[in-house]
Design a protein around this ligand. Structure first.
Ligand code: AMP
Length: 397
């Protein structure tokens, strides 16, 4: 293949400019991956059911079909030199089936592990990394014995398919448990789940790690503030102790090495008041909390993803400036657009989604700053995010 160099790196030959990267999923993450790939001179194909989806707007071609359509995945693979994905619920078997026709440097182990909370927690713990205490829960008897073990409060999460708080419920007492049992009886079964001990964290954080199969680099630890289980603000860097800093970068490298990671992995964390670092979950792709890296870091999470899957070398990212990233959901589009003219400091990203919907991620804004607390206050003071009842700046104090 002319676009692959003779020299191999890790599991695949290094991909050179002019080669085609196929992305399964054409949302904002695919779009930002595609923009990075463009700078490097790659061509881009996207598989997504929505014509003119965010990634297709900046790609060379789109295969318009459902994500799970195996013949469409085959077509994308046939037309691409390397295949990647922007979300975790990709059909891993379908990717395995095209390994003979295109490079799949990320493999499918990472997907299979992160698609199932039991496998994910096991993988993390087997690498000596802390999670909340957890139990596998396959039926109501198992739920009772898990509660006997972990006590209340506890969080019941479906093993597969949950995101942004969907598929999970906090159990405070026996009446909450009975509600879950009643629903299971009505529906004929309890969906395969896990029960986690409730973590009384000081704040939520995340770290990104990128790899090219053999070398791994970590991004700064950031603090995340959610509203209604959707990421609202990311503050970079998070203010953490030296010990938390050291432990978090070490665990990120350890997990990346365990996966022989190619591309970017997001690691969501809880930081406790007594400085324990607890991994909540893994995202086998660039992460919303890493969007600030586009302006604030020497290499961003999408560049690192593309370099990683292309088998290029990676350099440790440097934070060039502290930053605050705020998500623009459907209800924030009109108020933020009305204020663009007043805020030259806003780095505005719009994902080009045709339909504006409440709580749908439509874009984000990153502000580089020397004073992240002041910037959070200024963003909140615009009133653009007033639909979110409690103010993030209050939470920060
Ligand atoms: P998840 O879908 O696992 O990312 O969880 C969504 C949100 O629920 C997290 O961002 C936390 O705010 C909260 N959460 C999840 N698991 C726990 C836990 N074990 N203890 C306390 N809060 C949790």
């Amino acid at each position: 293949m002319p676009s692959l160099s003779e020299e191999t790196h890790g599991r695949m030959a290094r991909l050179l400019p002019g080669a085609t990267i196929g992305i399964i999923g054409g949302g904002q993450l695919g779009r930002m991956m595609a923009l990075s790939a463009r700078y490097m001179g790659f061509r881009i194909g996207v598989l997504d059911p929505t014509p003119d989806c965010p990634a297709a707007q900046v790609a060379d071609f789109q295969v318009t079909a459902a994500y799970g359509d195996k013949s469409a995945i085959r077509e994308l693979a046939r037309r691409s030199d390397v295949l990647t994905y922007e979300f975790e619920n990709v059909d891993a078997d379908a990717i395995d089936e095209v390994r003979d026709i295109t490079a799949t440097p990320q493999g499918t182990d990472l997907l299979r592990v992160t698609q199932d909370r039991v496998h994910e927690k096991r993988f993390i713990n087997e690498h000596g990394v802390r999670t909340a205490p957890w139990r596998q829960v396959d039926d109501c008897d198992a739920l009772r014995s898990a509660i006997d073990n972990l006590g209340y409060p506890a969080v019941l999460k479906t093993r597969c398919g949950g995101y942004d708080g969907h598929g999970q419920v906090v159990l405070h007492d026996d009446s909450d448990r009975r509600r879950v049992e009643d629903r299971a009886e009505r529906e004929g079964r309890l969906p395969p789940s896990i029960l986690e001990g409730f973590v009384d964290f000081a704040f939520e954080a995340s770290i990104l790690v990128s790899g090219n199969g053999t070398d791994f680099v970590t991004f700064p630890i950031v603090r995340n503030i959610h509203r209604h289980n959707i990421l609202h603000l990311t503050i970079a860097p998070a203010r953490v102790s030296k010990e938390v800093e050291r432990e978090t970068h070490a665990l990120a490298r350890l997990l990346a090495k365990g996966f022989e990671l190619s591309g970017t992995l997001g690691i969501e964390l809880f930081i406790t008041r007594d400085d324990r670092v607890i991994v909540n979950e893994l995202a086998p792709r660039p992460h919303n909390s890493g969007h600030y890296t586009i302006e604030a870091c020497s290499i961003d999470q999408f560049d690192a993803h593309i370099r990683g899957i292309a088998g290029w070398p990676l350099v440790q990212p440097r934070l060039l400036s502290p930053a605050v990233m705020v998500n623009v959901l459907g209800q924030h589009v009109a108020p933020t657009r009305a204020l663009i003219g007043d805020h030259p400091e806003w780095n505005v990203h719009d994902y080009g989604k045709a339909e504006v919907k409440h709580n749908r991620k439509m874009g984000h804004i990153t502000v580089l700053t020397d004073d992240t607390e002041r910037t959070v206050g200024e963003l909140e003071a615009t009133g653009c995010w007033d639909d979110l009842r409690d103010s993030a700046s209050r939470r920060l104090s």
